[in-house]
Design a protein around this ligand. Structure first.
Ligand code: BES
Ligand code: ZN
Ligand code: ZN
Length: 493
């Protein structure tokens, strides 16, 4: 699907269908030209409700308000509805609301996200995909906008949304077609295409880095582990950021085997690493002035004669010993070594990790919300604000010293699980905290995306399956801290 924005009136553009939003259930807005027909069809204009009037060549879609996320969702739904029709070209105008930039981006983003379908394994593909969308630089509400600027917003949104779809494809790919090796190959091709530095460690490399925790998790799999380190290094970088991603290409639970009902969907346990890859794709294409390192820990957690086991004691890269009490708490073991690697090799200004780490996080916040954890309130707040502006949901989960004590081990420095069944998302983060050096405590943010990364029913602009969680909020946060740095430089030259 190609999206263009043009300085022409809607009436001057030829297209099979025009998308029109009905805002706040108000059918009296002047742009709602088929009011009677809509009423007759029983259309009330609720959020994401659609009504296709083929004779008029219009598809109406409800948006609760002109808030960016309502618009994003409405446009995604509209495009999805048109996938079932013969329409191949679409036009629409602008719904600008309070913040023009945010709404123009939301419209374009919504359409690219709504157009996504994972059909790589279907014999029959969509018969009439949307080929072309023309956004006319004309606000339905009559607000003025500079078309050149609007074009910039559309290009930005399309780049970000395509990176989200790229992540969705990786996460949705079945585990045997996205092993650690194949994932590493995918990362290497991105590096090649986008001019990123690329370093890949195989088992030997992991051994020489003394990544005892990571290696133990990967040991029973027929597919050997990989650590991928990509770096985007622009000349004008204002910050250096390290992103660490959990990349379990499959999580069977290991010897602490998951029950069948819980094992299915565990191909999505590579969502953290996939998000990191997608973020690197987006920032390098947007040419943002920040240095970004992506460190992806790729492994498969399986059973077998040489599997690591409950009761084993592992030695992590930072020298700490870990008592394994549950092999299904494997993500934190892989992340522990990757976090150490990131601090030692990159020495970043900020260190973020992305992981489908705990079912407990899904219990705490629901399926749609990312858990944000860390020591620094300012950092958590800053990131959450960006997430909300990007249309991703977050909730912060607080650390405390009592939960930290629950990770004590009788025989090693730390246990890989808590001794209590409560607060599992936080205790998992507090386990990771053992691998964050003092100097990085306030620079570190842990993002548990176990809920939103993969949902088996469609929600908003996300189809069933992978959502690409993490990409939009992180790119938005980067843009936010760049803006803040520019502003600070201006006021203190
Ligand atoms: N990958 C899972 C967490 C998960 C659960 C992600 C549901 C997405 C949806 C993780 O490796 C895991 O199994 N965690 C255990 C930890 C427990 C053994 C302390 C969990 O959440 O049950
Ligand atoms: Zn697990
Ligand atoms: Zn896992």
């Amino acid at each position: 699907m190609q999206i263009e924005i043009e300085a022409r009136k809607r009436s001057d553009v030829e297209a099979d269908v025009e998308i029109v939003c009905v805002v706040d259930k108000n059918l009296d807005h002047p742009w709602v030209e088929e009011k009677e027909a809509l009423k007759m069809a029983g259309f009330s204009g609720g959020q994401d409700e659609t009504c296709f009037l083929p004779h008029a060549g219009r598809l109406y879609v409800g948006a609760e308000s002109l808030n960016h996320d309502d618009i994003r969702s409405a446009y995604a739904t509209a495009i999805r509805a048109l996938r079932n029709t013969r329409a191949e070209s679409v036009k629409t105008g602008l719904f600008l609301g309070k913040c023009s930039a945010q709404n123009v981006k939301a419209m374009a983003e919504g359409m690219v996200l709504g157009d996504y379908a994972f059909d790589a394994y279907k014999s029959e593909k969509a018969k009439h995909p949307i080929k072309k969308v023309t956004i006319c630089c004309e606000d339905f509400g009559g607000k003025e906008i500079d078309c050149q600027k609007a074009k910039g917003y559309v290009d930005n949104a399309v780049t970000v949304a395509q990176a989200v779809n790229y992540v969705r494809n990786i996460v949705n790919t079945p585990p045997d077609d996205m092993t650690p090796e194949l994932f590493a190959q995918k990362a290497a091709s991105l590096a090649e295409e986008n001019g990123l530095e690329c370093d890949i460690l195989d088992e030997k490399g992991l051994e020489s880095e003394k990544m005892g925790a990571f290696l133990a998790v990967a040991r029973a799999s027929a597919h050997p582990p990989r650590l991928v380190h990509l770096a985007y290094k622009p000349q004008n970088a204002k910050f250096k950021i390290a992103l660490v991603g959990k990349g379990l290409t499959y999580d069977s639970g290991g010897l602490s085997l998951k029950p069948s009902d819980y094992m299915v969907t565990m191909k999505a346990d590579k969502s953290g690493a996939s998000a990191v890859l997608g973020i690197l794709k987006a920032v390098s294409e947007l040419k943002l002035p920040i240095e970004v390192h992506g460190i992806m820990g790729l492994a498969e957690n399986m059973i077998g004669g040489n599997a690591y086991k409950p009761d084993d004691v592992l030695v992590a890269k930072n020298g700490k010993t870990i008592e394994v009490r549950n092999t299904d708490a494997e993500g934190r073991l892989v992340l522990a070594d990757c976090l150490t690697y990131a601090q030692q090799k990159v020495a970043p200004d900020y260190l973020l990790d992305f992981a489908t780490l705990t079912g407990a996080c899904v219990v705490a916040l629901g399926e749609y919300t990312t858990g944000v954890m860390g020591h620094d309130r300012g950092l958590k707040h800053s990131f959450s604000k960006a997430a909300s502006n990007a249309g991703e949901l977050t909730g912060t989960l607080p650390f405390n010293r009592y939960l930290k004590k629950l990770l004590k081990s009788d025989i090693a420095d730390v246990s890989n699980i808590s001794s209590s069944r409560y607060g599992g998302a936080i205790t998992a983060a507090l386990f990771l905290d053992h691998f964050i050096e003092e100097a990085y405590k306030d620079k570190w943010l842990h993002l548990d995306i176990a809920g939103p990364a993969y949902v088996e029913k469609p929600w908003g602009y996300n189809p069933a399956g992978a959502s690409g969680a993490g990409v939009r909020m992180t790119v938005k946060w980067f843009e936010q801290i760049i803006k803040e740095a520019d502003r600070a430089a201006k006021s203190h030259p």
